[in-house]
Design a protein around this ligand. Structure first.
Ligand code: SAM
Ligand code: 2KA
Ligand code: SF4
Ligand code: MG
Length: 210
């Protein structure tokens, strides 16, 4: 299969339990919860997205003919050194494109594979670190994994129900919007009221990283 990638870059993982870790990010093009066009945002299932995932024109992006070609590009961004190789597959919605061949190729290149997914599609079983970020107006089928990352506030969310899902970590991430100050306070309030949750911040934005 071929893969449509918006952009690829080497950075630090900015979010969640793995924050601070050196990582190659692969941002797949396309999402099933929003077209990515501003004129469709208000009517989308997911309306707060902070990311451009349309097309393959970003730095390091493109159409990759097969899994080997994509894994070679990821390896190129990582550079020399076989230790602690870490790739984060995101998007857009990466589970629209991830398949057996890609997971095998990335493992073959020595990478631990993480995913950032909205959970509306089952996550590939070979992925090593599963982060699911539920969206209030969607049906999440992937209810197990390593971290559940709840962007907050999200009206319509049944927080108590999410606490029953089988994740090793329950994280709350303030919604980045014009109301960022209020959203930080709301996220702190959630953690103070429900200690199963832990605050995570988007460190890359504060640090000026991609
Ligand atoms: C751009 S999404 C791509 C992966 C996948 N589609 C998903 O939603 O999980 C990457 C992460 O950014 C989060 N995110 C998107 N927009 C955000 C915003 N405005 N503020 C905080 N987090 C946001 C998502 O919830 C997700 O955890
Ligand atoms: N540095 C950095 N960390 C991230 N963690 C999750 C991201 C994403 O967009 O999926 C992201 C991102 O875009 N940049
Ligand atoms: S599901 Fe993820 S990529 Fe899709 S619009 Fe929402 S935050 Fe953006
Ligand atoms: Mg991001």
């Amino acid at each position: 299969m071929s893969y449509a990638v918006k952009e690829m870059f080497l950075t630090l993982q900015g979010e969640g339990v793995q924050a601070g870790r050196r990582a190659v990010f692969v941002r797949f093009a396309g999402c099933n919860l929003w077209s990515g066009r501003e004129q469709d945002r208000a009517s989308a299932i997911c309306r707060f997205c902070d990311t451009d995932f349309v097309g393959t024109d970003g730095a390091g992006g493109g159409k990759f003919a097969d899994a080997t070609a994509l894994a070679e590009a990821v390896t190129g961004f990582w550079g020399d050194g076989a230790d602690s190789r870490f790739v984060v597959l995101t998007g857009g919605e990466p589970m629209l494109q991830i398949d057996d061949a890609l997971v095998e190729a990335l493992h073959g290149a020595g990478f631990e594979i993480a995913i950032e997914s909205n959970g509306t599609l089952p996550v590939h079983p070979g992925i090593d670190w599963v982060c699911i970020s539920p969206k209030a107006d969607s049906v999440v089928v992937q209810r197990t994994g390593d971290e559940l990352k709840l962007v907050w506030p999200q009206p319509g969310t049944d927080v108590a129900a999410l606490e029953q899902w089988a994740f090793a970590h329950h994280l709350v991430q303030p919604l980045d919007s014009r109301d960022a100050v209020a959203n930080h306070a709301a996220a702190i309030d959630l953690v103070m009221a429900r200690p199963k949750w832990r605050l995570t911040l988007q460190a890359h934005k504060a640090l000026g990283l991609r």
